[in-house]
Design a protein around this ligand. Structure first.
Ligand SMILES: C[S@@+](CC[C@H](N)C(=O)[O-])C[C@H]1O[C@@H](n2cnc3c(N)ncnc32)[C@H](O)[C@@H]1O
Length: 340
């Protein structure tokens, strides 16, 4: 709750804090915070003091506010965070560093968002696999009209297949069939063995109907990757793209990489984490890269423009636009010793 108005100016301490943040007045910020002004306050325009400091490019002011507990991940009515609002490199770096440290400790954004595909609000992760999905030419939808997979991603899936089949002709693994876009692309590289894991019964039934069960180099494992992992071997290329799971699930999958990925192999995943906010997305690209680095993998992000794939009509009938950024960052991960 906002503190009472300041008698001299008729403004509350929080409004004064916003004004001081906007002006980059560090002394006034320190004074207001020390006398109890709330740094988590949203002003009448839906802006926090930190957003005001970030917009003005005042790094020192932003530091004072973060140290006082200002939330780095608060969103304006337009869905922008302080990191999205600044054009000052020092303020951006400060916010990014703070966000990474907070997420490493608390994981607040990850817990709110389902990882790599889309948000699972509406259909909880645990129930997605028990609920109906529907198929049309350009999408697979869940029971809540959220997109499980969409045709606009085809060029991305082709680029992922190119990355993980780079060595050509080896053994490849794909986790999550969806529309089979990445698998179609992988098949063009004529892998010696192509393993596909799919957990949804209706997606699995459709795979069989489409003839995937008869391809001689294809091995289908029906079940959750968590359950079929003991049946896996080791691979030259691995792609991971599930739906309705959380960042923690992907982290758990990554822990298996040292066993699953052969020396010289390439790992990639659908990089949809926080695909509706540019700053959160950068935070999560870096977090995953740090986590993979701790397992001995280096990650490069290849920028792919996607604006032209995303005309407004793409989202017609879809409850949530899970991707809203102009550039997709395709991750290419390799064992550190091999990528140098
Ligand atoms: C986003 S789609 C994959 C799209 C695919 N990359 C393509 O190119 O069409 C995600 C798929 O993962 C499946 N899935 C979800 N959770 C899974 C799990 N734990 N194990 C295996 N598959 C899972 C979903 O049923 C869905 O078919």
């Amino acid at each position: 709750m906002a503190a009472p108005p300041d008698s001299k100016s008729d403004k509350s301490p929080e409004e004064l804090l916003c004004a001081a943040a906007e002006a980059g007045n560090d002394d006034a910020i320190a004074e207001l915070i020390s006398t109890g002004a709330d740094p988590t306050y949203f002003d009448a325009s839906g802006m926090t003091p930190l957003m005001r400091a970030a917009t003005g490019g005042h790094a020192a002011a932003a530091r004072l506010l973060l140290d006082a507990g200002a939330p780095w991940n608060a969103l304006s009515p337009e869905g922008l965070s302080a990191g999205d609002l600044t054009s000052d490199p020092a303020t951006y770096d400060l916010l990014l560093d703070h966000a990474l440290r907070s997420e490493l400790i608390l994981g607040t954004v990850a817990r709110r968002q389902a990882a790599p595909a889309n948000s699972s609000d509406g259909v909880p992760a645990e129930t997605y696999l028990d609920s109906r999905v529907s198929f049309s030419e350009d999408r697979v939808m869940d029971a809540e009209s959220k997109a499980v997979m969409m045709e606009w991603e085809r060029p991305l899936m082709e680029a992922h297949a190119r990355a993980v089949c780079a060595a050509g002709g080896g053994k490849v693994l794909n986790v999550g069939f969806g529309m089979g876009l990445v698998d179609q692309a992988m098949q063009r590289y004529e892998p010696e063995e192509h393993t596909i894991i799919e957990a949804h019964p209706e997606v699995y039934a459709r795979m069989l109907k489409l003839g995937w069960g008869e391809k001689k180099n294809v091995r289908i494992l029906f079940g959750r990757w968590q359950d079929v992992i003991p049946q896996l071997g080791s691979y030259d290329g691995i792609f991971f793209d599930t739906y309705g799971e959380y960042y923690e699930d992907m982290r758990e999958f990554h822990e298996h990489l040292p066993k699953l990925l052969r020396p010289g192999g390439v790992y990639s995943y659908f990089n949809g984490l926080c695909g509706d906010n540019a700053f959160f997305h950068v935070v999560y690209c870096q977090l995953v890269a740090m986590e993979l680095a701790s397992l001995g993998y280096s990650t490069q992000f290849v920028p792919l423009p996607v604006k032209d794939c995303l005309k407004a009509e793409v989202w017609e009938g879809v409850k949530q636009k899970y991707w809203q950024l102009d550039t997709y960052h395709l991750p290419v991960c390799q064992a550190e010793s091999e990528s140098e």
